[in-house]
Design a protein around this ligand. Structure first.
Ligand SMILES: Nc1ncnc2c1ncn2[C@@H]1O[C@H](COP(=O)(O)OP(=O)(O)O)[C@@H](O)[C@H]1O
Ligand SMILES: [Mg+2]
Length: 310
């Protein structure tokens, strides 16, 4: 079996993706000694080589645009090449945080508005900001509607911080979300189709040392403390796990996803986003959840590869 471990890509998360690719291919070496593992970078040469006899299965580990939206996945579907993970249509739903927020269990996404840059330009930013801030309230979070790795994400506690935050967020994409900020315990819940059944792994609790789970906090060893399982009572953790499975199912996701939530002091679960190609680096959340579940990254991915081929 020829397995293409596909990483890289053209966006701001390229380096993160390359690290994810190395980590997964290393893990697979131990559990798939019979397979030919080919590490490939997403480039023109790869696209030229894509036909049904070039690879038996693709493991897409490109984060963000192209990898996590419908682009790459629809090309693979059209060429009839099996791959691990969500299909094009469901990935597109998950990739747009506004669309995903509209599909998750009612009332679980914090209130938000989303606009393209042209709307601000044409309508005049001050007018829009005044009504958005009074509607959503402060503090609010500004983020690219389809971002990743917390790039372009800012918490605004004062009205004067919103316009500069928008400028930053528009640097990562044409549409931006302004969302009510929620506070509490941040959790990442990995959902994996184990033997075809969507199963939540132990939620990982995220406590950034500097208070904010930004790019630095994500990829610098020691910049974030992780607790697995999370330090919440068993009942809350069970609710969070079933919630994550329901998000995976309602969006029609497949094989693997990671649902990010915040649980507030009342025990309420708030949806932030769901990732269809979650980070697999040394400091990433999914590998921690896999280990906490008593599983191994190589074993989990090889099972998913056989599932995809079947
Ligand atoms: N509505 C919100 N309230 C509070 N914090 C938020 C909110 N939305 C995002 N965050 C914080 O910003 C981080 C990045 O946001 P997220 O939507 O997960 O984007 P990314 O795709 O970049 O990971 C989250 O991990 C969380 O710490
Ligand atoms: Mg996130």
């Amino acid at each position: 079996m020829r397995v293409a471990i596909l990483s890289g890509g053209l966006n701001a998360e390229r380096d993160v993706s390359l690290r994810s690719g190395r980590r997964v291919s290393q893990a697979l070496r131990a559990s798939m000694s019979d397979a030919e593992l080919i590490e490939v970078d997403l480039d023109a040469e790869f696209l030229d080589s894509l036909n049904s006899d070039s690879y038996d299965v693709v493991v897409p580990l490109i984060h963000g645009v192209i990898g996590e939206d419908a682009t790459l996945r629809s090309m693979l579907e059209l060429k009839g090449i099996p791959f691990i993970g969500s299909g094009a249509a469901s990935a597109a739903r998950a990739f747009d945080k506004g669309i995903a927020a509209g599909l998750v269990p009612p009332g679980s996404a914090p209130p938000f508005v989303a606009f393209p840059q042209s709307f601000f330009r044409e309508m005049g930013a001050p007018r829009i900001l005044t009504s958005v801030i009074s509607g959503i309230g402060l503090p609010l979070v500004v983020k690219p509607i389809s971002g990743g790795s917390a790039l372009g994400v800012r918490l605004c506690t004062g009205a004067d911080q919103v316009a500069p935050a928008l400028v930053d967020a528009f640097g990562y994409g044409d549409r931006v979300m302004l969302q009510q900020a929620v506070f509490g315990t941040e959790l990442a819940v990995t959902v994996i189709d184990l033997d075809g059944i969507a199963t939540a792994l132990p939620p990982v609790e995220i406590v950034p040392v500097g208070g904010i789970y930004d790019f630095h906090a994500r990829y610098t060893a020691g910049a974030t403390e992780f607790f697995t399982p999370a330090r919440l009572d068993p009942d809350t953790l069970n609710r969070v796990c079933s919630y994550a499975v329901s998000v995976h199912e309602v969006l029609g996701l497949r094989a693997i996803s990671r649902v990010d939530v915040i649980v507030d002091s009342q025990g309420e679960i708030w949806f932030l986003e769901v990732n269809v190609a979650p980070g697999m680096t040394e400091t990433s959340l999914v590998p921690q959840a896999i280990e906490a579940a008593g599983l191994q990254v190589g074993q989990v991915f090889s099972d998913l590869i056989y599932q995809a081929v079947r």
